[in-house]
Design a protein around this ligand. Structure first.
Ligand code: NAI
Ligand code: OAA
Length: 274
């Protein structure tokens, strides 16, 4: 059934069934305590027929702007160009929106005000990153600086607007090449499908203009590698993560797992980590 809602079950809808969305749909269909998958939005339903047919419970298929009609939580996992169309109608209804295309939030930050005014929420998972619990905690005090260095294999960077606009040839690289150095805000403009993590880090900490970032094209790595240094009045810490790319080479496998962990927390009795 599609509009199952046992007494206090939270209904979840997913916008975009790509590398992240399909994993989340599968986890919900297999069972997350207190949550049901009520609907999905896809661009081309025929393409997803086999996947959807394999689910135990069939979710409704709705346009992206109608998911909030049948869900308490709308999970955005589409390209960032679709973020507003997914999140705005959901938070207008007072729903929660889980946003993975976090970079897209920077140009749509009024959605946070809209959510506040309508009783909605915007939840940003840690995603392909690490340690946002510590950054959140440090931000309660004073953070002096946050520096992040991202290295990705060539396949994970191809087509990024910064590379295209600057005519940079990364295909024949033999050694690591620093492509970009600047703020997380500018990095998100140049690499919208690559550095959502830097924007999440910046929103947890000192904001997209003060968070400093480097992006490297690195033919010597096979994983998406992120290293972060935080200097705060409460602590100094270094964090690193080496993500195995998913079937989408730009996206680390751990991203979907992070959203599933966030969804589990919505109704879990024991919650660990901030
Ligand atoms: N926050 C984080 O840590 C991370 C965020 N991301 C971001 O998450 C987002 C999703 O990533 P992936 O799942 O790897 O991308 P993907 O390209 O595998 O999947 C996106 C899906 O959205 C669908 N889609 C596009 N327009 C649509 C529309 N109008 N209605 C419904 N569906 C539509 C596409 O057909 C595709 O199936 C991207 O914006 C990516 O940059 C990726 C990695 C880490
Ligand atoms: O998966 C990763 O390592 C990070 C990523 O693509 C992003 O932040 O958009």
């Amino acid at each position: 059934m599609t509009d199952r809602k046992a007494s206090n079950e939270l209904r979840v809808a997913i916008a975009g069934l790509g590398s992240i969305g399909t994993k989340i749909a599968t986890a919900l269909d297999e069972g997350i305590e207190g949550l049901t998958l009520s609907a999905v939005a896809v661009r081309d339903p025929a393409k997803h027929q086999a996947f959807l047919g394999g689910l135990r419970h069939q979710p409704q298929i709705l346009p992206i702007d109608r998911l909030g009609e049948v869900a308490d939580i709308v999970v955005e996992c589409a390209p960032s160009s679709q973020l507003r169309a997914i999140v705005e109608p959901a938070v207008k209804r007072g729903r929660s929106a889980v946003v993975v295309s976090v970079g897209g939030l920077l140009d749509n930050f009024d959605l946070v005000d809209l959510a506040r005014a309508r009783g909605g929420r915007i939840l940003v998972p840690t995603g392909a990153l690490i340690g946002l619990d510590a950054v959140n905690a440090a931000a309660v005090g004073t953070i002096h600086s946050v520096k992040m260095v991202t290295r990705k294999p060539i396949d994970g960077l191809r087509g990024a607007p910064f590379i295209v606009q600057n005519n940079i040839d990364i295909d024949d690289l033999r050694e690591p090449l620093k492509l970009f150095e600047g703020s997380a805000r500018d990095a998100a403009k140049g690499f919208p499908a690559n550095v959502n993590v830097a924007v999440a880090l910046s929103l947890a900490g000192i904001g997209p203009d003060r968070t400093q970032m480097q992006v490297w094209a690195d033919p010597t790595v096979t994983r998406n590698v992120h290293r972060i240094e935080v200097e705060a009045d409460s602590a100094r810490f270094s964090m690193g993560i080496e993500n195995i790319p998913s079937e989408n080479p730009k996206t680390g496998m751990i991203t979907a797992l992070s959203v599933i962990a966030l969804l589990r927390k919505q109704r879990a009795t024991l919650c660990v980590g901030t």
